[in-house]
Design a binder for this molecule. Structure first.
Ligand SMILES: [Zn+2]
Length: 207
């Protein structure tokens, strides 16, 4: 292949990878604005980071990013396998799974993620995904408090590297909608941004 052929090919591939796509979720634009700091609000619930107080984790994927969160208002926290996952907010455990030891960089593994799902008092639900095999410490129906250990991180399910996928959904107009949430953290409290490291405060002040 000569140069005249592959230069336009590379250009086309580049443009395709950066091209905009229509937002499927109405929250998408708002979420990006929250994350970039263009939009602020001070009324929503403030979550605690889902790991031990005093420890740090880097957000390796933010809301609606193009890698695997294209249609998800979810955060990925980089985590060494076996790291304690802690409740970001109190609630009732409504579903768990920890019988999978499958995972990897392939969509076929999507149903294989181990997880804990918690319902909060306002009926919103948080899910904590990719936990390790037999790594869930709570039971369905159990009440959990902010900061309580729910289990251990891993990389089960559709996951390129070990991390925690954290996501909150609310039931609106007949369907579950994922929403961005604020966190209390060091150095800042608010909407977390990709590639930054955040330190958990994890004081169960907000229940
Ligand atoms: Zn994720």
């Amino acid at each position: 292949m000569n140069r005249l052929t592959w230069v336009p090919l590379i250009l086309a591939a580049f443009l395709a990878s950066t091209a905009c796509y229509p937002p499927r979720n109405a929250m998408q634009k708002t979420a990006r604005k929250y994350q970039s700091g263009k939009l602020t609000e001070d009324t929503s619930y403030i979550y605690q980071l889902p790991f031990r107080a005093g420890t740090k984790s880097r957000v390796i994927q933010g809301y609606f990013s193009r890698f695997t969160h294209k249609h998800r208002a979810a955060l990925d926290f980089r985590m060494r396998p076996g790291t304690e996952i802690r409740a970001a907010r109190s609630g009732i455990v409504i579903r768990t799974k920890d019988d999978s030891n499958q995972g990897g960089w392939n969509k076929k593994y999507r149903p294989d993620a181990n997880f804990v799902m918690i319902e909060h008092e306002d009926s919103s639900r948080a899910s904590y995904r990719h936990l390790k095999y037999q790594g869930v410490l709570v039971k369905e129906g159990e009440k959990v408090t902010t900061g309580q250990v729910l289990g251990y991180s891993g990389k089960t399910g559709y996951s390129a590297l070990p991390h925690l996928h954290f996501m909150v959904s609310v039931f609106q107009e007949g369907r579950w909608v994922q929403i961005p949430t604020r966190f209390e953290s060091n150095p800042e409290t608010g909407y977390l941004r990709p590639w930054r490291k955040y330190k958990s405060v994890n004081v169960p002040r907000y229940r």
